[in-house]
Design a protein around this ligand. Structure first.
Ligand code: B16
Ligand code: MG
Length: 221
């Protein structure tokens, strides 16, 4: 039975992916003269900041000093945070808050499992912090998805075994992390981009006809 739900933040609950994309695109252009495309950005989804910076350097064929590497990450983060500060509850993805509320009403415990160190700020700006019993994010874990650390940490915070939890994820690295942690997972996105999931939906607003519909959760093995 599903007793816990662990939600990735970026791309599942809120649309911060485009802010990350725009900030990396600017850094790629200003520092490396690279045209960073949406296809390049796929490799950055769900991956923590340091790992993203490493991928960008690899794409540019450049090795930076430790100091410049840290300066690049800080610049990107400043640009990203500027946009996050302008977020409002309207930036919550369609149906996401209602889905979490309905699951909670069925007795399901809900947590966040995000790679982001800015997770708390995003939750506060969008007004959904109070919907979650626990927050496992980039400030409490060290290993990047596809390592399962962030989801195992969330399950532990909920006081539930991984097998009783479902992870909702938009990134392949996150789906791989959920499975590595012994959890079932629901992909959020398109079957053309994602693989290795138990269920798939285009967004949390599209789950009403599936076994993950809140009113059917009690019967889901
Ligand atoms: P930050 P998620 C991830 O969030 C993003 O998908 C990824 O693009 C980003 O690099 C990562 O957070 C780190 O974010 O720079 O704010 O610490 O999808 O795991 O909620
Ligand atoms: Mg995500």
């Amino acid at each position: 039975m599903i007793r816990g739900m662990i939600f990735d933040l970026d791309g599942v609950l809120v649309d911060t992916a485009r802010f990350h994309y725009l900030a990396w695109k600017r850094l790629a252009r200003e520092w490396f003269g690279l045209d960073f495309t949406p296809a390049d950005n796929e490799r950055f989804k769900g991956v923590n900041r340091e790992a993203c910076m490493r991928i960008l350097c690899e794409m540019a064929g450049r090795t930076l000093s430790e100091e410049d590497f840290a300066r690049g990450m800080a610049l990107k983060n400043d640009w990203y945070v500027q946009r996050v500060r302008e977020m409002t509850p309207e930036d919550v993805l369609p149906g996401a808050a209602d889905y979490v509320r309905a699951a909670r009403a069925q007795g399901v415990r809900c947590a966040i499992g995000s790679a982001s160190k800015n997770c708390r700020l995003v939750l506060e700006r969008t007004g959904i912090a109070g919907l979650f019993d626990a927050v496992a994010d980039g400030t409490v874990v060290t290993r990047a998805k596809p390592d399962p650390e962030v989801f195992l940490c969330a399950a532990r915070m909920l006081g539930l075994p991984p097998a009783d939890c479902v992870v909702f994820e938009d990134a392949q690295a996150g789906l791989d992390a959920a499975r590595a942690g012994g959890m079932r997972c629901c992909a959020v996105g398109s079957p053309a981009d994602l693989t290795g999931y138990d269920w798939i939906c285009s967004g949390l607003n599209a789950l009403s006809d599936t076994p993950l519909a809140p009113e059917r959760l009690q019967d889901t093995p």
